[in-house]
Design a protein around this ligand. Sequence first.
Ligand code: 5GP
Ligand code: MN
Length: 325
Amino acid sequence: MIQVSAVYDIIKRYYRFLITTHVRADGDAIGSEVALYHALKNMGKSVCIVNDSAVPQIYKFIVPNSVMHIYPELPKEQAEVVFALDCPTLDRIGKTRECIPKDAKIINIDHHISNENFGNINIVTDDVCATGEILLSIFKEMKINISPYIATALYVAIVTDTGRFTHTNTTPEALKAAAFLIECGARHNEVTKNVYNTNSFNLIQLNAHVLNTVKLHFENRIATVWVTKEMLEKTKVDAIDTQELADIPISIEGVCVGVLLREMTQPNWVKVSMRSRNGFDVNNVAKKFGGGGHKYAAGCEIQGSIVEVQKFILAELEKALLQKK
Ligand code: 5GP
Ligand code: MN
């Protein structure tokens, strides 16, 4: 890849690096950030990670102490180079934008179809399962040693973005990358334990409330679930730890689109997460509301009460499902 040598030149030439990702970072976002952090640190660079939103509990075990700054707690140092990972547009990095110096070089590494190539260098491809898979190729090309810390972080990226190797992006390349990472010392048992098998009792109680909201629509082809502010307060669960609930509605037999609606952003705004199957493209629907993502997993934020937002999103989904028939 020609851009990889350009990235390598920049890494050699500069000293102060900032790594960031999209708001409400997920496993691919955090795993990629942490892997790149270790790789740059091992090259003797000054590196910090700055994110708009807190790290979900299940990913904290891979984040070294005090390397991650969460807005508004910003690093003092001015970065010369900014890596934006798993982030389709500069807007998606949220408030972190404020700490990007005007003259910083921006390196954009991502696997979203909707990526706007906003960097000075763009390494963007949508035929990989995760941004972590792109980073692994880059590290291999640069002949960077894949330490067990790097391997574990990249394994988190791949295992989460493939839904534990169940989504359609589970390609032979994704599985080969995961196998290679385990050969490099990725602690996969620790990943499984922390990411999938350590639910707090509060989260299980929240699950019970959320399951009670499940509804089928449009000849049972759409399923919805809700998380309200009241449920979060009652069960004392942080909204950032509720991302995985998006897998519940799409798991229902016969359902083509699953929708999770969460009251978690500004008042009177709802975060919508969609998951789909059978060739139905939720990215196109999310784009209608200013959001985006991938064909089978996309999201957006919509203004209104949760009841109103459900109506808006169902209307668009039904229209798109009718066109598909
Ligand atoms: P989730 O539903 O888990 O938040 O996100 C699913 C996918 O859609 C991820 O790739 C995520 O980055 C993307 N996504 C979620 N919300 C938004 C949004 O508001 N805007 C854009 N552009 N992408 C989003
Ligand atoms: Mn990703």
